[in-house]
Structures are given as C-alpha cells and as structure tokens.
Write a protein that binds this ligand. Structure first.
Ligand SMILES: NC(=O)c1ccc[n+]([C@@H]2O[C@H](COP(=O)([O-])OP(=O)(O)OC[C@H]3O[C@@H](n4cnc5c(N)ncnc54)[C@H](OP(=O)(O)O)[C@@H]3O)[C@@H](O)[C@H]2O)c1
Length: 253
C-alpha cells in the first residue's frame, strides 16, 4: 500500500527530524502543518515550501492541542497523516529521580500524545481514517542507564501504541511506531557520551517518510544494527542484562 499525498501534521516540525520530514513530505506534494513552541523555527522551515504551514503549539496545553486539531482540519479539510515528534530530553544524574525533571519529560513526551489522541482520532474517524504516527525511540526497548525519564516515556509510548494499533484498526486509524537510533539534532547535541551508529538527520527523515508512505507496517526502526543490538539486550537474562547495563554507567559513578 502507498499513501498518496494529502494533509500531514507534524508536532516537533520546527527542528531536527520533524523539520526534515516536513521538507520531504512537502517535496512529495503533501500539505504539511507544523507545530512546536518556537514560532521563528516554524517560520524558517515554512519558508522553504509553500505547502508547509506553521501552527505554533505547546503540547502541554490541552485546550490549545484541541484547538489546533480543529484549526488544521478547518483550514485544510482533513488530517491524513499525523506525526508526533515533540520531546523533552535532559541527560540525568545517575541515581537522582528529580520530580520536576520527570514531570516535564512525561508531560511532553507521553502526555503530549494523550492530549492529541481523542480530538485527532475523532477527526480521523469523521473523515474515514488516517495514520497516527509517534516517534518513540530504540531507547524505549529497555531501561537505559542515565536516561530514566526519557527512556521510560519512550517505553510507555511503545506499549501505548501497541494497544492503540489494535483498538483503532476498526476505525481505520492506523497507528505507527517510529524507533530511531541516534540521529544528529538539537536533542543529541546535548549528549556527552558515545553515540554508536549516529545518523544524519536527512537520512533518518528519508527512512521515516519511506516507511510511512510505502507500507502500513507498525514499526519503523533504524539503523538495523542499532535496533538488533538494543533488542538483543532486551532479551538477555536479567543477571547478564544488569551486568551489561552496569557497564553503561559513567566510570566515576
Ligand atoms: N535525535 C535522536 O537521536 C533521536 C533518537 C530517537 C528518537 N528521537 C525522537 O525524535 C523526535 C524529534 O527529535 P529530534 O532529535 O529531531 O530533536 P529536536 O530537534 O530537539 O526536536 C524536538 C522538537 O520537539 C519540540 N517540542 C519540545 N517540547 C515541546 C512542547 N512542549 N510542545 C511542542 N513542541 C515541543 C521542539 O520544538 P520547540 O522547542 O520549538 O517547542 C522540537 O522541534 C523526538 O521525539 C525524539 O525523542 C530522536
């Protein structure tokens, strides 16, 4: 199955992977609504293509999320493809589970998707279906040391999307889960640790667009070596798993 050009909405479309995906979809004839908090970032991306339209939004604001769904649907008639790519990420001190830091990450990465879900599913159901995609991460495949908040929100998202995929299939809302490895962006620029198989933003965006438009499959995960590595760690017996994840801690810990 190939998804024909229509109307896409990308939250996190003002930078990094989201911006690169917006460009690629616009090049293929899609109208692309992009959201994020920084208006200047959205406008800079929209300058590249007449088909990219900014809709500034903070995903931690429930009323604004509903309003934006309604506004995009009113302006463009429908929303065929949704991509959630907003994320908060801060490297965390080992062994410190700071409530405020967790609250920000959960509110953006996980509850952001929940705020979009009902209004957007209602819109997609009215229009006869649509694709609901979320950028999770290979960091959600197991509990990664040094990223307790981020990794656990991505794990929660993968679990949530599995449930949504089966529950929403009868409504023709096709739920998709995207799991990239390390990709160059503002987000990874904060990292001070080795990032194996680090990918260019444009390469990652190309794989996401090809995966979304070229099939209906649930999981779009890449690069393959990183995916296999992470999935193998997940399936190790716990004594070996904890020996290995212990090795991922900083040396001075
Ligand atoms: N880079 C990687 O290695 C990697 C790997 C796996 C998964 N991912 C995922 O890929 C997605 C895109 O990340 P990226 O790497 O491209 O980094 P990025 O450029 O930092 O993108 C994150 C986007 O989220 C938006 N955002 C953050 N908080 C928001 C909020 N409260 N409301 C609305 N938008 C918000 C940011 O825009 P504003 O600040 O303007 O709001 C920004 O455009 C994220 O879900 C990330 O977790 C990235």
């Amino acid at each position: 199955m190939t998804l024909q050009p229509g109307v896409a909405w990308i939250i996190g479309g003002g930078s990094g992977i989201g911006a690169a995906v917006a460009n690629k979809l616009a090049e293929r004839g899609w109208t692309v609504a992009i959201s994020g908090r920084r208006v200047e970032k959205l406008e800079a991306v929209a300058k590249a293509h007449a088909g990219i339209v900014p809709y500034p939004l903070d995903v931690t604001d429930s009323a604004a999320v509903s309003d934006t769904v309604n506004k995009i649907a009113a302006d463009h008639g429908r929303i065929d493809l949704f991509i959630f790519g907003a994320a908060a990420w801060q490297p965390m001190e080992v062994g410190n589970y700071d409530f405020e830091q967790f609250a920000t990450v959960v509110d953006t990465n996980y509850l952001g998707v929940i705020r979009v879900a009902n209004p957007l599913i209602a819109q997609m159901t009215r229009q006869g279906g649509g694709h609901f995609a979320v950028i999770a991460s290979v960091a959600g495949y197991f509990g990664l040391p040094r990223s307790a908040a981020y990794s656990s929100t991505k794990a929660g998202l993968i679990n949530l999307l599995e449930t949504m995929r089966s529950e929403l299939a009868p409504k023709k809302v096709i739920v998709r889960m995207i799991a990239p490895g390390f990709v160059k962006s503002e987000l990874t620029a904060k990292n001070d640790f080795p990032m194996p198989f680090l990918m260019e933003t444009d390469d990652a965006a190309g794989r996401i667009v090809n995966g979304l438009l070229g099939s209906d499959r649930f999981e779009i995960a890449f690069p393959r070596r990183m995916v296999w590595l992470m999935k193998t760690v997940r399936w190790l017996p716990y004594p070996v798993f904890f020996w290995l994840t212990g090795k991922m801690l900083p040396k001075d810990n």
